[in-house]
Design a protein around this ligand. Sequence first.
Ligand code: NDP
Length: 334
Amino acid sequence: LKELVVITGASSGLGLSTTIALANSGSYHVIMACRDTEKAKRVAEENGLPKGSYTVMKLELASLQSVRDFVANLKAFKGARPLKNLICNAAVYLPKDPEPSFTDDGFEMSMGVNHLGHFLLVNLLLDDMSKAKGARCCIVGSITGNTNTVGGGLVYPRADLGKLQGFQKGMKQPIAMADGKPFFGAKAYKDAKVCNMMTVSELHRRYHEDTGIVFSSMYPGCIAETALFREKREWFRKLFPLFMKYVTGGYVSEKEAGERLAQVIADPKCNKSDVYWSWNGKANTVGYINKDGVVAGAGGSGGEIFENEQSSAVQDKEMAKTMWDLSKKVVGLD
Ligand code: NDP
């Protein structure tokens, strides 16, 4: 019997390549949870996904109502139940926007889609997933949210949740940033990624023992050609993949990145909770800075999977707990 796996943002980039890897393996039925269902159906056909290996379902992460509707539709789904695997992959990156945009519920778009929408989704699905034996939940992270990396620590701006002043005040329009400061798109993305990774650790601390669900995060490598960089200028989008390939060595193809994320779900080796998975591929400079101050490879093509270290900011348990409690409040779970 096939295992059920939900992948958010399955209609492009990493989400699509992971869908292709898992659907073609024959062992999974993929629920493609997408904001544009027509696009999702089209790309599924274009990529020749086997009939019966996937179902497209509407999920607009910029609307808490849509998240709730998705969960109701999923619970009514007649295929392999209960839900065994959940991949929170969808994201927006809005480095060029001079002004913030807001979700239906008034959250700044990157924090709303990347973190808060997924936060509600995971919370609403925990109960169902705890009925499946060996369930796994992976929230895609990034080195950019990890200030112990060159990409996250030296490339301006750094992620910084401050004292969560924005969250304390309800995180709704006109509040645009977690720290309550003026809107800064590139930073909002990094802040949301920190929240994603903290959410994984909190999920582990709160629910792993009781539910058996394995919670993890991962860094796929720099997939320099995806639509994530759609706001960047033409020259950047041409040169960035070459720079990542030949200068930093951090480049990874969509296909390989998808196989990595699929591995986190399928490999018996990855049956360990509270891990931030990475691959020690060819990266020269985008690696993480380990305890001894040495830049170790992370990202890049090839190499072996390993348990990566997270920055002290991501590991701050008190901050993670406050972030969790406030997120619950702002999405209406309290
Ligand atoms: P893409 O832009 O190709 O994929 C993002 C996906 O999210 C798309 O399918 C998009 O839908 C979906 N999405 C965006 N907004 C919403 C929304 N409001 N509701 C539902 N779905 C939405 O980027 P990537 O594949 O590169 O990014 C995937 C993940 O990988 C992200 O979490 C990103 O942070 C992470 N990542 C990427 C890296 C990279 O180098 N590219 C490096 C490290 C991490 P649609 O198809 O309709 O546009």
